[in-house]
Structures are given as C-alpha cells and as structure tokens.
Write a protein that binds this ligand. Structure first.
Ligand code: GLN
Length: 492
C-alpha cells in the first residue's frame, strides 16, 4: 500500500476497494516502523484514528467524499478538538483544545483522517524544528541534518511516506523551506486564502495555514477543500475558490517568468545555484519566456521580517500567563511572580528572544522607529512585487540559500538561522502565494527545491507551472538513509 498518492487513496476508498480503516492502519504501521528514527510526530492516538476511519467507511457507503480516507498529519500549532495541541512548547504541554480549526473541520467533512500531530519549532519560531521543547525531527535523506522548519514534522511525515498530505503553517517560510529540504512540495497560499481560525497565532499579519504533498494534483485537491471564506476568521478572503484541479494540465508555453537578480547574490550555495539554474533552463524548454527582474528592497527583508514577526509575537504570546490555560509554575510568591515564573519556565530560549526583541520594538518611544518603519519597508517590498507582476506571470528562485544543514550547526547563532530565511520571508511580507517544488539533489544526496512565486490569489498559476514542470522533469533522489530503511514505500 503506497501512502504517497492522495488521489489514489481517495479513489480506492470511494470505490470500496481498500477501506479507510486499512489506509489508517497502513499509516499507523508506517509511523510505528520509521518514526522512532525520524521524530515527525508528537501525538498519535491509534484508537481514535481507527474509530475515525470507521466513520469514513460508513459515510462513503452513501456518497463519495473528496478526501475519503486520506491520512493527514497536522502541525501541532493547529487546534484539533480533544487532541493535544502543544505548539512544540512546554507552556502548552497539556493543552487539549475544545474545538478544531476550520481547516481541520473542512478536512474531516471531506473524509480525511487526521493521524497525528506533527512536531514543530516552538510556536513556529525557527527554521530547523530544533526549537521544539519535546524532540528532534530528523531529515530522512540524512538523519544528521535538520528537516527544516518550523513545520519540520509535517514535512517529514510526507517525505518519509507516513501520510500523503500534511498541514503546516507559514509565517516566513515554514512550509516552503522544509519542503525544499525534504524533497516534497509545499505551498504557501495568499494571505487570507485559508481560514486561520484555530491556528495558534504567531504573527497575525503574516500567518497562514499551508499544505505539503507529493504532487501538485494532491495539493490542488487539498487546497480546494480547505480554502475559502470563513465567518470565524475576519481576515479570510471573501473570494470564490477556483477549481484548482481543472486547469492543472494546461500547457505553460508562453508563460512569462521573472528571475529576481537579488535572489542569486552572495551567500547562495554553488550547488543550490546550479540546480536552480538548471531548473530555469528546464522552464525555458517548456516554452516559458524567462527574463531577469529586480526586487530591490530584498536586502531589507530579513531585518524587516524579524522586527514585524517578533513585535506581533510579543503581543500574541502575552496570553500565556498561567491563568486560563497552559503551564502554571507550581511555586510563586504573588500574582506578578506567578506570571513571571510560569512564563520563564514555560517558554524556551528562542521564544523568549523574540518576546524581548518584539516588546522593545513596540515600546513607547521606539514604536515608530521599529515597528512603524518596518511596516513602511514592508510596503516597499510589496511594491517591488507589484512592479514585477506587471511584467511577468510568476517568478523563479531558490527557496533557501543552502540544502538541509547539520543538526546543531546554526542553533547557537540566531542571526545565521534568521539569514537562511532570506528567499522566503518576502512572499509573506507581500502576502503573495509561493510554492516549493522538487528540483534536484546535491552530490551529497540532499534535495533542493525550486521556488515559484505569483501574484495574490494566483495559486492556480503556481500549481499549473509545477504540474507541467514535474511531469517533464521528475527528480528522483538517492535512497533515504535512516535506520537501514532505504525506501519510503510500504511493500504491497
Ligand atoms: N523561520 C522563520 C521564523 O522563525 C519563519 C517561521 C514560520 O514561517 N513560521 O520566524
């Protein structure tokens, strides 16, 4: 049973060939077999999963469902009713939400089966999943390396064949970068395309729920189900959700593509550069017209992003005070001391760093100089994209300056970690959709993703490009290296 193709699973369940229960069992067995080596999941409750699959099997007797029986992994910062949601943080170690995110409700109504909650950097702050308070997640192509982050667990669940689809979240690249590091697809949608009701807030002007998958078709299917207006989220876009699947195969000949000069400067690893340059030539051979463009404010992007994201995080994280929910220190003197000790003990070092940076950037006398100015720079970045999209339909670039780095390599150097987000954060600042698709492997056998960016609500363009590209230029990697298991497929 191959857990890589969501469409095939859905068809098998709807036609009664292989039940949702059998797929759920296959996913649970795969997790059992490989996840002690990889650490993708924080919570898996097999009995609940099988019970839920049974419900789907009963439902499909009456009518077909668009995601019938598809096992999915969910990043642990997306609320799931009666299933622990920790955000990778000790402060929410015992938090079980009384409600599910809208995206989860929509998945389940469509017949999907949530198999577990996936590891992530604490409150989605990080680029390696090393900031989880609970465990390390390892890259299946090289277990000594990070899977990327912050949605590393979700990416590894898909890459290692535990689930065909997963949800992560994006604030500054947390789905595209792990997708690139793990050799799968990750789509950051337009800000507002998918409801964020039930996504635990990190930086509210940037946060998005975002899917992982093995093919543009599967991502298109998932997106069609979860996108769209939600009255529980006032920032969800009121626009009709297009049928992302129907136009997928339309050829891309004549599509105008831009290559932003600023994304190929200093710091770009030569192996990544040559893989991306080959990808651009491949796009040309599909009949796309490629030209150079400029996004001149890219040089301010990392600083801009980290001021805005930290400022908003410091405000959002004020709610974890040990009073209503979350961790409360067992010992304290008075109310103020209870706040202080609960937060000091509950949050990890990276979250504390962001809270301090963000509180400073918002404090009276500094607000205009930091947050206010950063929001102005954000507008300049947005305008760079507006100008580029007057000339081209989409942009091509690397996702990350390097392939997956070694565990421990950047964790004690926050600036180096932040700088690795240079090619992803601008899409979040501009609110535009962007996708990472498998483009090649380095000589050491590490995956490298190609980033495609388009104007707001042009997810269809990204998926169509990706479908055409991947049909023409499929990449196959070396065997995955973990615990002697060399292939992600489960034998039939
Ligand atoms: N690495 C970035 C950060 O740490 C992005 C995280 C994300 O997209 N959630 O903020």
């Amino acid at each position: 049973m191959n857990l890589k193709d969501a469409h095939a699973i859905r068809d098998a369940v709807n036609s009664g060939k292989i039940s949702a229960g059998e797929w759920a069992d296959a996913a649970l067995r795969r997790i059992e077999a490989v996840d002690s080596a990889l650490g993708a999941f924080l919570t898996v409750e097999p009995e609940t999963v099988l019970r839920r699959a049974g419900e789907v099997d009963r439902a499909v007797k009456n009518k077909s469902l668009p995601l019938a029986g598809i096992p999915v992994a969910i990043k642990d910062n997306i609320c799931t009713r009666n299933l622990k949601t920790t955000c990778g943080s000790k402060i929410l170690e015992n938090f079980t939400p009384p409600y599910s995110a809208t995206a989860i409700n929509r998945l389940e109504q469509a017949g999907a089966v949530v198999v577990g909650k996936a590891n992530c950097d604490e409150f989605a702050m990080g680029s390696s999943t090393e900031n989880s308070a609970f465990r390390m997640t390892r890259n299946p192509y090289d277990p000594e390396r990070v899977p990327g982050g912050s949605s590393g667990g979700s990416a590894v669940a898909v890459a290692a064949g535990m689930t065909p689809l997963a949800l992560g979240s994006e604030t500054g690249g947390s789905v595209r970068q792990p997708a690139s590091f793990c050799g799968i697809l990750g789509l950051k949608p337009t800000y507002g395309r998918i409801s964020r009701y039930g996504l635990v807030a990190y930086a509210s002007s940037l946060d998005c729920i975002a899917p992982f998958g093995n093919s543009p078709r599967d991502i298109a299917l998932l997106l069609s189900v979860i996108a769209g207006r939600d009255y529980n989220d006032a920032t969800s876009a009121p626009f009709e959700v297009p049928d992302y699947l129907s136009g997928l195969r339309e050829p891309v000949g004549g599509m105008k593509l831009g290559v932003p000069r600023e994304f190929f400067g200093e710091g770009l690893d030569p192996a990544v550069r040559s893989i991306i340059e080959a990808g651009i030539r491949n796009a040309e051979s599909l009949g796309c017209e490629v030209r150079e463009v400029s996004l001149p404010h890219t040089r301010y992007a990392v600083a801009d992003y980290y001021v805005i994201a930290s400022a908003e995080a410091s405000s959002n994280l004020a709610r974890y005070d040990g009073v209503k929910y979350g961790y409360r220190s067992p010992e304290y003197d008075d109310l103020i001391d209870m706040y202080r000790t609960s937060r000091s003990q509950g949050f990890g070092p990276e979250v504390k760093r962001r809270i301090m940076i963000g509180t400073y950037a918002l404090s009276s006398g500094y607000y205009d100089a930091y947050y206010g100015r950063a929001m102005k720079v954000r507008t300049l970045i947005r305008r760079d994209y507006d100008r580029a999209f007057e000339k081209v339909d989409a942009l091509l670039s690397p996702v990350s300056p390097t392939p997956a780095f070694r565990i421990g390599e950047k964790i004690s150097d926050p600036l180096a970690m932040y700088l690795s987000d240079i090619y992803t954060v601008t899409a979040n600042l501009a609110g535009i959709p962007a996708l990472s698709l498998p483009c090649g492997f380095t000589r050491e056998g590490l995956p490298v993703g190609l980033q495609v960016l388009a104007n707001q609500f042009q997810e269809g363009t990204l998926l169509r490009f990706a479908e055409n590209y991947m049909q023409a230029f499929p990449v196959s990697g070396p065997p995955m290296k973990f615990q002697g298991i060399s292939r992600p497929e489960i034998e039939d």
